[in-house]
Write a protein that binds this ligand. Structure first.
Ligand SMILES: CC(C)(COP(=O)(O)OP(=O)(O)OC[C@H]1O[C@@H](n2cnc3c(N)ncnc32)[C@H](O)[C@@H]1OP(=O)(O)O)[C@@H](O)C(=O)NCCC(=O)NCCS
Length: 197
């Protein structure tokens, strides 16, 4: 067993960096209750609900429950969720979540962008920043992104983020509301991110 493998996995609690992750276009930080209205707008959008299992319709109570879950899952080392904002601006434009898998050193990244912030190339920036944090701060050696075969917007984001399309994982995503469906699998490794693990 290597030294890395003797470290506890997943690391817990998961913590947000002291300063926002930034590439000078987007900032990623800890979501707060100030984000409730924007969460309702973004997570409540039908296009978000089409691809991501969120309550629909999505209420203020759902947003507050989500924020409580964000804190709980970070504390337990399961998931670290970031609010995505335009650099230096407060309104939430989207969300990028890093789910740490039970397999050592592996994580999965999921994301959505609010309808009024789509088409500006914000999502791939968020994916890359979170992936770099996952590698450099948490020791991940592999990050996966799973997309529905028909979600071409999401696939464009993965490719812009520098992820490699690996193939189709049959029945790779399970949704309680309509059962399993195929997933197009993308991956990011440290060498795709110009960051040492
Ligand atoms: C997928 C999503 C995150 C893309 O985010 P984004 O920051 O708008 O991404 P980009 O600006 O790089 O655009 C990506 C693609 O979105 C589509 N797009 C562009 N403008 C758009 C708009 N105003 N509204 C909807 N889709 C748009 C285009 O297909 C674009 O690809 P192209 O530039 O090759 O034509 C966003 O559409 C979204 O939140 N969708 C719903 C949730 C979702 O699918 N999440 C991913 C689950 S795996």
């Amino acid at each position: 067993m290597s030294q890395a493998q003797s470290l506890p996995w997943p690391p817990s609690p998961l913590t947000w960096p002291d300063e926002p992750l930034t590439d000078a276009v987007v900032d990623l930080d800890r979501p707060t209750t100030d984000d409730v209205d924007r969460l309702v707008l973004g997570a409540g959008d039908p296009e978000t609900a089409r691809w991501i299992p969120v309550p629909h319709p999505y209420t203020e109570a759902d947003a507050r429950e989500f924020l409580a879950l964000v804190e709980e899952s970070a504390q337990e080392g399961r998931m670290l969720t970031f609010a995505l904002r335009r650099t230096g601006q407060a309104p939430l434009c989207g969300s990028v979540g890093l789910h740490l898998e039970s397999r050592f050193g592996e994580g999965e990244i999921g994301f959505w962008i609010a309808p009024d912030a789509r088409g500006e190339g914000l999502a791939w920036r968020g994916v890359r920043l979170v992936a770099r944090y996952a590698v450099s701060a948490l020791g991940c050696h592999r990050l996966e992104l799973l997309t529905h075969p028909e979600n071409t917007a999401s696939q464009a984001v993965c490719e812009r983020a520098g992820a490699l399309r690996e193939g189709v994982r049959r029945a790779g995503i399970m949704r309680e509301d309509h059962g399993p469906f195929d997933a197009v699998v993308y991956s990011l490794l440290p060498e795709d991110l110009d960051v040492a693990s």
